[in-house]
Write a protein that binds this ligand. Structure first.
Ligand code: A3P
Length: 285
């Protein structure tokens, strides 16, 4: 891909790479965004299972809340659009916490932070880069793995993202969830989310939500829908159909060479040595 086309796809703000679908004007004006006391942030690094969790939250709250598109996705009109919503807002974002509008911090809005093991994220993101016309061309897995470790990908470094959110988390207002726990015991995670959001779902409702949010159900439904690229909970998504790839834990083993795995482990150990949440991360069952 020529440099000029690549420049049309991505740009940098505050040292972090964004797709040009997040306009610089919007990114600059986030600082002035007004939060509401009952806003809930759905925070994740891309490819952590954001669409899955958003589906669960939607099923927990039929019609009482709006799950918006990510606050950093779009142009300047975005802030006004979000401002006009009269119902309770669940706002997804891939932003590093340092870039979060200060009003959310001041109001101590609830945050759900979704984590996934970074090896599977790297693999998922690699395939996503290959399929998504809004992202630059990648030569091969080996080149992407290096870019990921350096944080030279959209939304910046996974390591810095997790650390930025963990360092400032308060027990009361932040719920950490793990993709792998969702795969292992979804009813329990749905129960936790229900309690955190005050949704009060019954056991029967929880079982129904688990069935409706299964990978196969979501994939089939998305293939049947008329796709609206603006109805997205991820700032990189041009097409929801690209999201539902494998939905598995441990696909990294089909991609990583022993040397790449060693390199990854070294960077992880160094970067995440102070992290408590990193200790909960599992790479396989
Ligand atoms: P893979 O590419 O490994 O398959 P996000 O929504 O944050 O973009 O994350 C996308 C990843 O979540 C993809 O991972 C996708 O398959 C997985 N995913 C989406 N819905 C899922 C579901 N219902 N169950 C399990 N995994 C799901």
């Amino acid at each position: 891909m020529s440099a000029s086309i690549e420049e049309d796809l991505i740009h940098t703000f505050n040292g972090i790479t964004f797709t040009t679908r997040s306009s610089l004007e919007l990114l600059r004006s986030l600082a002035t965004f007004e939060a509401r006391d009952d806003d809930v942030l759905l925070v994740s690094y891309p490819k952590s299972g954001t669409h899955w969790l958003a589906e669960i939250i939607m099923l927990l709250h039929p019609s009482k809340v709006a799950i918006t598109s990510p606050m950093e996705f779009g142009d300047l009109s975005k802030l006004e659009q979000l401002d006009h919503l009269s119902c309770k807002r669940i706002i997804p974002t891939h932003l590093d916490r340092n870039m979060l509008p200060p009003a959310f911090k001041l109001k101590q809005c609830k945050v759900i932070y979704l984590l996934r093991n970074p090896k599977d994220i790297a693999v998922s993101m690699y395939h996503y880069y290959r399929e998504n016309p809004n992202l630059p061309t990648i030569d091969n897995w080996s080149a992407f793995c290096e870019m990921f470790l350096k944080g030279d990908v959209v939304c910046g470094s996974w390591f810095d993202h997790v650390l930025s959110w963990e360092e400032n988390a308060t027990d009361k207002s932040t719920l950490f969830l793990f993709y792998e726990d969702m795969k292992k015991d979804l009813p329990n995670v749905v129960k936790e989310v229900s309690a955190f959001l005050g949704a009060d779902a019954s056991e029967g409702e929880i079982n129904e939500i688990c069935a409706k949010s299964s990978f196969s159900e979501m994939k089939t439904n998305t293939e049947k829908e008329n796709d609206n690229p603006n109805q997205t909970v991820c700032a990189l998504t041009s097409n929801r159909r690209l999201v539902f790839r494998k939905g598995a834990v441990g696909d990294w083993k089909n991609h990583f060479t022993p040397k790449q795995n060693r390199m990854f482990e070294e960077v992880f150990a160094e970067k995440m040595k102070s992290s408590k949440v990193a200790k909960h991360i599992v790479y396989e069952f």
